[in-house]
Design a protein around this ligand. Structure first.
Ligand code: ATP
Ligand code: MG
Length: 401
C-alpha cells in the first residue's frame, strides 16, 4: 500500500483539530502529521513537516486566514492548500481561492466527503506540484527594535503598546521580547507573571527547537506572546548577546511581528537586535539632553554605516512642557521624524495598573498615535500622514487580499 498523504492542519482551536485528526486518520490513506496556528508559524511547520496537503481554517477575522494561505503558497511550494469553512459564502470562497487555496470545503461534511475532496484537490494540483521549486528558506515575520539613548524616553511604553495594538488591529501574531537587562519591566507593564525568561530561550538546543521555544513565551490576555527579561536580575550577566540575533530570527519564523524592547544606549544587546531588525525605532523626547544624545547617536550610526533606511525616529511626549517645540526638536535632530506621539498622562495611569494604554484608554491621544503606527506597519488603511517605506509595503502584502 502507498504511503499515506501527510496533512498539516492550520487551526487554532484544539477541539476542531482533534475532530479532523480523528476523521481523516481513520482511512489509512491520509495521516495528520501536525497542527499549527495562523501566521508564519504555519509556513514554518509546513517547511519542517513537508505535508502533501495543508488544511487552513477560514474564519473571522478573514485577513488572518487569508494572509496565512498567501504565505503558505509563497514560492510555489510542493503542498496543496485547502480552505475549511463553517458555512458556504460565495465571497469568502472567492477570496480564499484568490489567496491560493485549491479548494474550499465545508467543515461539517461527512468524513468520507472530506477525505475524497482532499484527495481530489491534491490530484488536481499535481501538475503545479511536480513543477514546484522547493523553497528552503523559511518565511519570516518582521523584527522591530525599539531603542533610545536616554533613559525614560518611553521605549517600553512604545514597545509594549505597539505590540498590543498590532495584535488587536491586525490579528497578526505578535511576540514581544524584553531585552532590557537587568531590570526589564515589560511583564510588569502587562501585569504578567512569567515563570521562564530569555535565559531559558538561549539555553542549549532551545533556539533550534521551535516547539520548545514557543512554549517559553507567555501569551498575554491581549494576544501578545511575551518573552521576559531575566527574572532574577543577578542572572542577567549570563545573557550572551551573540546568540540574541539568532533567537530573534527564530521568533520571526513563528510570529508576524517580533517587537524588541532594549536597554538604554547602544549596548551589545541593542546592537544585536538592531542588526537583525527590519525596522529600528529610535525614541527620543523633546528635551535638550535627549535631543543632544539622539543627535550624537544618529551621527554614530551613520559613521558605522548602519542602514538608515530601516531607522525611524519617534518623537515621544510632544508638546510636553520642555520649552522645546516639535519643530525645534526636529531641527536639532537633523533627521526626519517618522512618528510623533502625544504627551499624555494616560501613559502613567495605565502603567501604574499594568494595563496597556491602547486598551485601557483607547480614545486617548497617546493610543491614537500608537494605533496609527501599528496600522501603518500592518498595511491597514489609515488617513496617512507618514510616507510608506519599501519594507512596509512588503509586510502590507502579507495582509492585503
Ligand atoms: N507619551 C507619553 N506621555 C506621557 N508619559 C509617558 C509617555 N511615554 C512614556 N511616558 C512615561 O514616561 C516614563 C518612562 O517611560 P518608559 O518606561 O516607557 O521609558 P523607557 O525609555 O523604557 O525607560 P528606561 O530607559 O528606564 O527603560 C513612564 O512613567 C511612562 O508612563
Ligand atoms: Mg524601558
Amino acid at each position: 500500500m502507498a504511503e499515506p498523504l501527510k496533512i498539516l492542519i492550520v487551526d487554532p482551536q484544539p477541539e476542531s483539530v482533534a475532530g479532523l485528526r480523528r476523521a481523516l486518520n481513520s482511512f489509512g490513506t491520509l495521516e495528520v502529521v501536525g497542527d499549527a496556528g495562523f501566521g508564519p508559524v504555519a509556513s514554518t511547520w509546513a517547511h519542517t513537516l513537508e505535508p502533501a496537503i495543508v488544511i487552513v481554517s477560514v474564519e473571522e477575522p478573514l485577513t488572518r486566514s487569508l494572509s496565512t494561505i498567501q504565505a503558505l503558497m509563497r514560492g510555489n511550494p510542493s503542498w496543496t492548500v485547502v480552505g475549511l469553512v463553517n458555512q458556504f459564502d460565495r465571497e469568502v470562497f472567492r477570496r480564499t481561492v484568490l489567496a491560493g487555496a485549491r479548494d474550499v470545503l465545508l467543515r461539517n461534511s461527512s468524513a468520507s466527503d472530506l477525505h475524497d475532496s482532499l484527495i481530489q484537490a491534491h490530484n488536481a494540483d499535481t501538475l503545479r506540484v511536480t513543477t514546484a521549486a522547493h523553497d528552503p528558506t523559511a518565511p519570516t515575520g518582521s523584527i522591530v527594535a525599539v531603542f533610545g539613548v536616554k533613559g525614560g524616553v518611553g521605549k517600553t511604553t512604545l514597545a509594549t503598546n505597539l505590540a498590543v495594538a498590532l495584535a488587536q488591529e491586525s490579528s497578526a501574531s505578535v511576540a514581544l521580547v524584553d531585552l532590557d537587562v537587568p531590570f526589564g519591566d515589560v511583564a510588569l507593564m502587562l501585569d504578567m507573571h512569567p515563570e521562564q525568561d530569555i535565559l531559558d530561550a538561549l539555553a542549549d538546543g532551545v533556539v533550534d527547537d521551535l516547539e520548545r521555544l514557543q512554549k517559553l513565551l507567555v501569551r498575554s490576555q491581549h494576544g501578545v506572546h511575551v518573552l521576559s527579561a531575566p527574572l532574577a536580575p543577578d542572572d542577567a550577566g549570563a545573557l550572551d548577546s551573540r546568540k540574541v540575533g539568532q533567537l530573534l530570527k527564530r521568533l520571526a519564523a513563528l510570529h508576524q511581528f517580533v517587537l524588541v524592547d532594549t536597554p538604554v544606549g547602544l549596548t551589545e544587546l541593542t546592537a544585536a537586535a538592531l542588526d537583525v531588525s527590519e525596522l529600528a525605532l529610535l525614541v527620543t523626547t523633546p528635551e535638550i539632553a535627549a535631543l543632544r544624545r539622539t543627535h550624537a547617536c544618529l551621527r554614530l550610526l551613520q559613521g558605522l554605516e548602519f542602514s538608515t533606511s530601516k531607522l525611524q525616529l519617534v518623537l515621544n511626549r510632544i508638546e510636553s512642557k520642555t520649552r522645546v517645540s516639535s519643530s525645534e526638536a526636529i531641527e536639532a535632530l537633523g533627521h526626519p521624524v517618522a512618528w510623533r506621539v502625544a504627551n499624555d498622562y494616560a501613559a502613567m495611569q495605565s502603567s501604574a495598573i499594568g494595563s496597556p494604554v491602547v486598551l485601557q484608554q483607547p480614545k486617548s491621544r497617546l493610543s491614537k498615535d500608537i494605533r496609527l503606527i501599528a496600522r501603518q506597519l500592518t498595511g491597514v488603511p489609515v488617513a496617512s500622514r507618514a510616507s510608506w517605506l519599501p519594507w512596509r509595503r512588503r509586510t502590507a502584502l502579507m495582509t492585503a487580499v
